[in-house]
Write a protein that binds this ligand. Structure first.
Ligand code: ZN
Length: 196
């Protein structure tokens, strides 16, 4: 004996089918609702309610990555150019997140603990926040290879912000670097003593 469907079940199936064939009017209403929710800040993007197939998502992602590699996008996940309002929001948010460093934010160039850092989250040795010491980047450019975590770049003139390549000296490890600093301290003490 075939199963009979309950009225409730039939109604549900009916609704599900309706979902497939949405009238223009309904679609317009849905779109309006999405826009309204978007304006009220209840959803993030006006088109988020739309269903994207895995294939179109993949295509969008690939397009973004390609544009990123061609230098046409700042980030592969940012499909659009920011409006001034969004830029201000990002700036405000950055200020909120980074505290004292935010005021020094110069488009990916910032001073942390007295050292110049560059925002390069894609660098294999970037720190958690995406920054890397500019002195290390300059040394890597000169050598044409990545530095090992043991290698230390020293500022010859003692000015941590002077990252000109002829002011940078590479030590194999922190022990050698510390030895050099120890020698300098002894030398300075001698000079001070002799001057007195
Ligand atoms: Zn040093």
């Amino acid at each position: 004996m075939p199963k009979t469907l309950s009225e409730e079940h039939k109604r549900k199936i009916g609704l599900a089918h309706k979902g497939k064939k949405v009238s223009k009017e309904t679609r317009a209403k849905l779109s309006e609702t999405r826009k309204k929710l978007f304006k009220e800040g209840k959803i993030k993007k006006s088109w988020l309610g739309k269903h994207l197939s895995e294939e179109s998502k993949k295509k969008m992602s690939e397009t973004r990555k390609r544009l990123y590699s061609e230098g046409k996008l700042i980030h592969p996940w940012l499909g659009r150019k920011h409006t001034q309002e969004t830029k201000d929001k990002i700036k405000a948010n950055h200020h909120y997140c980074k505290g004292k460093f935010a005021s020094q934010w110069k488009g990916g160039n910032t001073i942390i603990d007295g050292y110049q850092h560059i925002y390069k989250p894609e660098h294999p040795n970037a720190k958690k926040a995406g920054y890397i010491l500019n002195s290390r980047l300059e040394m890597e450019k000169k050598l044409g290879r990545l530095l090992t975590p043991e290698e230390i770049v020293h500022h010859i003139d003692g000015n941590k912000l002077n990252n000109k390549i002829d002011n940078l000296y590479l030590f194999n490890n922190q022990a050698e670097h510390a030895r050099h600093h120890g020698k300098m301290i002894v030398l300075v003490k001698e000079m001070v003593n002799n001057a007195n």
